[in-house]
Design a protein around this ligand. Structure first.
Ligand SMILES: [Zn+2]
Length: 509
């Protein structure tokens, strides 16, 4: 039993390098083996004892093979998003985005077959005389090892445990989505324009402060700049929160700081107006921060998630969304396609392929490395989003694309750290890009006007998008639309408590 443990350990290290989780998994595997061993020890007196012992060892082997196989393929450990993606995606799609990982690694699994199982089990299965003292001793040891696994939290590396637990989380999420769908609201809407396709790209942790098109000293957005004649670049847009769920909730419902409990979903208006709604995401569907987003997304007619890994691990590059977007664009009929990219979330260096490793500083400090990798990630987002714009352009429909980010990011701009935390807010965590592309034939609503300098907060996005699309309803207010000539600037209260303008003045470096 030592062989598969050591092999699993070596294969994991060869993939991920010597990391914390690899060692934790090693210890968990050893404890798991001890448990199996203790159980086998008690089987000798029993009828079929030897058979059960063999089954246990084969079980142990299989678990390690599956666990290592998943790790080799996807560099992830089993989790609830994994189940969701597999069950909600067809085989070809799984294959397609799995190809960003190294499939040939799977061959290493053959090494697990080197020792023949029978030879192995004979060695382990010893004739221990069953007696009460031995039994009690083993039981105490089993309880002890289980407690160590549980309280050290090493148990999260145990595949059988995590598979059962993940399935529970998956079921919970499916149930909560179904409850959410049952509450879907239907109300009267009027459609005053006739457009065909609207694409809304929701970025992740992108601050406008690191974009060339917004005046950043590095040219991180050369493709946006090239397109600038056909882009409207709003330069004073902020998010209402500095974390995904807080901000996304405000963006996708009528909720804002004045009415935090107004939960009418944006997608309901769009569907009521006769549009088909798609949600394409390179983020994962289930996770502490992801559940709420996918619940809101579930209001869409169709949704597709292409990732099941944590941000800290390798995730598929956002370009996996490009063929999906193309495919949806060719579907006939009025449609809105939301595209949720992984964008610029830490770990930045894992968000872009090698070709985008452009910015580097002479001084090799941790800080300059962080800034370089963040800027490279922005450069990659510039590529992905402008490719999306080009795709929409090529379709030659009555169409438009809007890109913004869920919130910004501090990257040593106003403070000496990086990330986004509401308990340590900085202005760059709220300052987001907001770009609009309209095709030449796009039908604008009557009171449409362009003023790129409007001070605007994304919690009013439902009012803006619906107005932009010509959807009218009693619940929607033109004075909250960044595109309306009836727009009224309002106080921008972030975190439901801080006036952004005052906060920014105090936050200046
Ligand atoms: Zn976010």
């Amino acid at each position: 039993m030592a062989y598969p443990i050591i092999l699993a350990f070596i294969l994991e290290i060869s993939i991920q390098g010597i990391g914390y989780s690899v060692f934790q998994n090693l210890i968990e595997n050893i404890l798991f083996a001890v448990l199996i061993f203790l159980a086998i020890n008690q089987l000798s007196g029993i009828k079929f004892g030897k058979k059960i012992a063999n089954i246990l060892i084969i079980f142990f082997y299989l678990i390690l093979i599956i666990e290592t196989g998943l790790f080799l393929l996807f560099q992830t450990r089993f989790n609830a998003s994994y189940i969701y993606v597999i069950l909600n995606t067809n085989y070809n799609e799984v294959k397609e985005f799995s190809s960003v990982y190294y499939n040939y690694n799977l061959f290493w699994l053959l090494l697990f077959l080197v020792p023949l199982l029978s030879v192995f089990s004979k060695k382990i299965y010893k004739q221990v005389k069953a007696n009460t003292i031995n039994l009690i001793g083993s039981l105490i040891l089993i309880v002890f090892v289980l407690s160590v696994l549980k309280f050290s939290e090493l148990i999260i590396y145990n595949l059988p445990y995590i598979a059962v637990k993940s399935y529970g989380q998956y079921q919970d999420q499916v149930n909560s989505i179904n409850t959410f769908k049952d509450q879907e609201e239907y109300f009267d809407t009027k459609l005053v324009t006739e457009n065909e396709t609207i694409v809304v790209v929701i970025g992740e942790s992108a601050t406008s402060k690191h974009m060339g098109i917004y005046g950043y000293h590095r040219e991180t957005t050369p493709r946006f700049s090239k397109l600038s004649d056909s882009l409207i670049v709003y330069n004073d847009v902020i998010s209402s929160h500095a974390y995904t769920t807080g901000s996304i909730y405000d963006i996708f419902t009528l909720s804002n700081y004045e009415n935090p409990k107004k939960s009418t979903p944006l997608i309901s208006f769009i569907k009521n107006a006769g549009y088909k709604v798609f949600w394409l995401s390179s983020q994962r569907p289930i996770g502490f921060h992801d559940n709420l987003v996918s619940r809101l997304a579930s209001a869409a007619d169709e949704s597709l998630f292409l990732n099941y890994n944590d941000y800290l691990n390798k995730t598929p590059y956002d370009e996996v969304l490009l063929p999906k977007l193309k495919e949806k664009l060719t579907i006939e009929g009025k449609k809105v396609i939301f595209v949720n990219i992984t964008g610029n979330h830490y770990a930045y260096e894992k968000r872009y392929p090698k070709e985008f490793d452009k910015f580097s500083s002479d001084n090799n400090t941790k800080k300059s490395k962080i800034i370089d990798t963040y800027d490279n990630a922005i450069l990659y987002t510039d590529f992905v989003v402008s490719e999306m714009i080009k795709t929409v352009q090529q379709e030659e429909l009555k169409s438009a694309l809007i890109y913004f980010s869920d919130h910004g990011e501090e990257v040593y701009d106003t403070s000496d750290f990086f990330g986004h935390f509401e308990d340590k807010p900085t202005s760059t965590m709220y300052e987001v890009p907001f770009l609009v592309y309209m095709s030449p034939s796009f039908e604008r609503p009557l009171d449409f006007t362009i003023d790129e300098s409007r001070a605007y907060m994304l919690d009013d996005f439902p009012h803006s998008l619906t107005h932009f699309m010509g959807i009218e309803s009693d619940l929607l207010k033109k004075e909250r639309s960044i595109f309306s000539d009836k727009f009224k600037a309002r106080k921008r209260i972030i975190q439901d408590s801080l006036d952004f303008n005052t906060f920014k003045l105090l936050n200046k470096k």
